[in-house]
Design a protein around this ligand. Structure first.
Ligand SMILES: [Zn+2]
Length: 357
């Protein structure tokens, strides 16, 4: 595909055919309304799809967090987690995703007094079924800021024991405004001591100082969202100079009201998203879908949005595709192999011709 075939449908078709990585994806946020109905039925709860669809409509971040809490209330045993892993894996394969680092809310599992390890075992087993079909899933268990530092440390204590289950990192998400990030340092230090990679949602709805704290105090190696970097050139430079990627999820930012809040513009739309500005500032960016079911999106749609309305040309989109592999928590040789595969596939399709910025 070259610049002549750069309409929305061409981009969608092209994106589906190219190998991709997804680095910011919550398995609990991938539960489609039909699967929510199925999960509810397993536990004797009457639920119709329309109700699930209604729950997935909200206009601000608190509304989103409430919807997330609502849907996870139907995840009660390991078989439920295995089911949502399989459903997600099928979607990823259909989209051409070959590698995914999937976040799972271990903080919520512990808060619900579940056997989190049994859940992880079930998810890991379900994910392994997809390796022969060309999809590798690794896990990034996370804790929720709003449950506090003690709960986060407890999550980290569990997570460091699960590397045999495909767990490669530890992260934090949720309501970034509740506490000072400093309090969470013991959890991140423990994860680091055990060789786990670290991520943190920061600068999604909060100020750019949260991004700085995530990097400088918590040692985050990637930042979830990080769009608040547009407000502070020093924070943007910090990310650019240290090569710390931000995981940008445009549709999520619109749906949660994070974009409206960051821009001070109530009716902000995808066309207002600062992704092009973040790229222009030299910040490493990976594109992701976050909670695709809850935001009525998928990764292919996020790439399509980069082309239109965000105006990236084929070369720019190809660089985002490369970045999705380059910033994965994988050994260098594995990343190179994926990027080479992407280049071969792109060349075969005439995608992202040289010189197209
Ligand atoms: Zn997220």
């Amino acid at each position: 595909m070259t610049s002549e075939g750069w309409g929305p449908d061409d981009v969608r078709a092209g994106m589906r055919s190219l190998p991709k990585a997804e680095l910011h994806l919550h398995v609990e946020g991938s539960i489609r309304p039909s699967t929510a109905v199925e999960l509810a039925a397993r536990h004797g709860v009457a639920l119709i799809e329309e109700e699930a669809r209604r729950r997935y409509r909200y206009s601000d971040f608190d509304g989103f967090l409430s919807a997330f809490a609502w849907v996870v209330s139907f995840l009660r045993e390991p078989a439920d987690y295995a089911l949502i892993t399989r459903r997600l894996a099928e979607e990823l394969l259909a989209e051409g995703v070959v590698y995914a680092e999937v976040i799972t809310a271990v903080g919520v599992m512990l808060w619900q007094r579940q056997d989190a390890e049994a859940n992880l075992v079930a998810m890991a087993e379900a994910a392994r079924e997809y390796e022969p079909r060309g999809l590798t899933i690794r896990w990034l268990p996370d804790a929720a800021w709003q449950f506090g530092a003690g709960a986060a440390l407890e999550v980290a204590r569990r997570v460091v024991r699960w590397t045999g289950l495909g767990v490669i990192g530890f992260g934090m998400g949720g309501d970034e405004m509740m506490f000072d990030y400093r309090e969470f340092r013991p959890a991140f230090d423990l994860a680091a001591e055990h060789g786990l990679r670290r991520t943190a949602h920061a600068g999604e709805v909060g100020p750019p100082t949260k991004i700085r704290d995530a990097v400088e105090i918590l040692g985050a190696e990637r930042v979830g969202h990080g769009i608040a970097a547009i407000h502070d050139p020093a924070v943007a430079a910090l990310l650019a100079e240290r090569g710390i990627p931000i995981e940008v999820c445009p549709t999520s930012n619109v749906c949660t009201g994070a974009l409206a809040r960051q821009l001070g513009k109530r009716d902000a739309t995808l066309a207002d998203h600062p992704l092009p500005r973040l790229l222009a500032a030299g910040i490493p960016v990976t594109l992701a879908s976050d909670d695709p079911a809850m935001f009525h999106t998928d990764l292919v749609s996020e790439y399509a949005a980069c082309a239109s309305p965000l105006g990236l040309r084929p070369g720019g989109v190809l660089r985002l595709l490369e970045a999705s592999f380059e910033h994965a928590f994988l050994p260098p040789a594995a990343k190179r192999a994926y990027v080479e595969r992407l280049h071969a596939s792109a060349a075969a399709r005439g995608f992202g011709a040289v010189g197209e910025a």
